[in-house]
Design a protein around this ligand. Structure first.
Ligand SMILES: Nc1nc2c(ncn2[C@@H]2O[C@H](COP(=O)(O)OP(=O)(O)OP(=O)(O)O)[C@@H](O)[C@H]2O)c(=O)[nH]1
Ligand SMILES: [Mg+2]
Length: 120
């Protein structure tokens, strides 16, 4: 599905590890529950999706992406899913993004478990 293109929209892209709160954050910006959000260990968002709202006289476009770490697929397919989604997001937003938000949930974590920070 092609994203709507607005003349002067503020475009925001949400990325991060699976289940860290990208869709919830997007919904908070939008003021409605557009993006499905769940506490499942499976990745909820599997392709890039968007919605928009009015913000201080401008259109705010929020693009939500799948996260890295989808428990249903292997590492390669997981990375491919993310790259495909980013391709879609960028192709549908050729003017680029005003902000790319990297959503991280802070919790105690071993450095060896932070491989995904580098990849993203
Ligand atoms: N405690 C807490 N829980 C949160 C917060 N943000 C999101 N959650 C919860 O974390 C779970 C996952 O949130 P999502 O917004 O679906 O995460 P996501 O990054 O979009 O997940 P994927 O689409 O699977 O990559 C949900 O149960 C949310 O309610 C937060 O700031 N604090
Ligand atoms: Mg999501």
């Amino acid at each position: 599905m092609a994203f709507f293109d607005f003349e002067n929209s503020l475009d925001m892209l949400l990325i991060g590890r699976a289940g860290n709160g990208k869709s919830s954050t997007g919904n908070k910006f939008l003021g409605r529950e557009t993006f499905l959000s769940s506490s499942d260990t499976q990745s909820t968002t599997v392709q890039a999706q968007f919605d928009f709202c009015e913000f201080e006289g401008n259109v705010l476009k929020v693009v939500d992406c799948p996260g890295l770490g989808d428990t249903r697929v292997g590492v390669e397919d997981d990375a491919k899913q993310l790259v495909d989604a980013l391709r879609t997001a960028i192709a549908n937003n050729p003017k680029g993004f005003h902000a790319i938000l990297y959503i991280v949930r802070f919790k105690p974590c071993k450095p060896s478990k932070l491989w995904w920070v580098k990849i993203l």
